[in-house]
Write a protein that binds this ligand. Structure first.
Ligand SMILES: Cc1cc2nc3c(=O)[nH]c(=O)nc-3n(C[C@H](O)[C@H](O)[C@H](O)COP(=O)(O)OP(=O)(O)OC[C@H]3O[C@@H](n4cnc5c(N)ncnc54)[C@H](O)[C@@H]3O)c2cc1C
Length: 223
């Protein structure tokens, strides 16, 4: 039995494995095989590869600097924002690091301590709560295997299977069940008691008076 199974070796999974892995008997499972990404939609990760200042700060807090081999050109220091509806166009300074996403993920994986068992090319297809732990089904070219863990972390991205099994009422799962994105979003906001007004801060509302009616302003002034 593992102490910890981390499903997904993207930035979240590899980082958790790096900081916690050596203290626990840990397995890191990734469905993608090792090696450089092949051309084609199933291989390359869908990502712009831009590390925003917040992401750079998070890496710095972890004591990490991005190696040169992971960077690609051009490096960006400004953003051009276009509001299509109004035709307003602005440039503002913001420094991103431009990285090759495949190389970035592979680099983070090299930082996982040797004590952590890493299985790439393995897809987690099922989870079952057994009371004192969780059984996971792992599928690979070698067939299906069952492993057990005291704790499972779903770091398997936006369409997480782990989340779908553990939290069947979640927003993404509602969409998988056929609810449209607007209805799924509304039901999640209602579930957590979040206000639909919460999405826009007062500064944005004040900057676009023609877009927001008095209710927005009233709401924000008293919150
Ligand atoms: C179009 C697009 C552009 C983006 N551009 C940017 C950008 O420029 N900058 C930025 O900072 N962010 C960007 N993002 C967001 C960024 O990609 C995510 O925030 C980030 O990848 C999340 O990291 P993660 O580790 O949580 O998940 P992921 O990176 O999604 O990693 C999850 C891992 O789990 C694996 N996995 C999934 N299911 C299983 C399973 N059942 N069994 C085993 N393994 C599994 C996957 O193969 C994957 O490697 C973009 C996203 C999209 C969709």
């Amino acid at each position: 039995m593992y102490d910890l199974v981390i499903v997904g070796a993207g930035p979240a999974g590899s980082t958790l494995a790096r900081v916690a892995g050596s203290r626990l008997r840990t397995l890191l499972v990734e469905r993608r095989p090792d090696g450089p990404a092949q051309p084609g939609p199933r291989s390359a990760k869908c990502c712009g590869g831009l590390l925003a200042p917040e992401a750079q700060r998070a890496l710095a807090a972890l004591g990490l600097g991005v190696p040169r081999e992971v960077l690609i050109g051009p490096q960006l220091f400004a953003v051009r924002a276009i509001d299509v509806a109004s035709g307003i166009e602005r440039h503002y300074p913001r420094h991103y690091l431009n990285v090759d996403r495949g190389r970035f993920d592979a680099w983070l994986r090299t930082l996982v301590p040797a004590e952590v068992e890493v299985r790439t090319g393995h897809l987690v297809t099922g989870l079952c709560d057994e009371g004192d732990g969780v059984a996971l089904a792992l599928e690979s070219t070698g067939g299906t295997e069952i492993v057990r863990a005291r704790l499972v972390v779903g770091a398997d991205g936006a369409a997480s299977r782990v989340r779908a099994r553990a939290f069947p009422g979640a927003e993404a799962t509602a969409m998988a069940r056929g609810l449209g994105p607007i209805a799924a979003h509304a039901s999640t906001m209602a579930k957590y008691g979040a206000s639909p007004f919460a999405l826009y801060p007062l500064s944005v509302i004040q900057a676009y008076p023609q877009r927001f009616n008095a209710n927005w302003v009233r709401f924000w002034k008293c919150h």
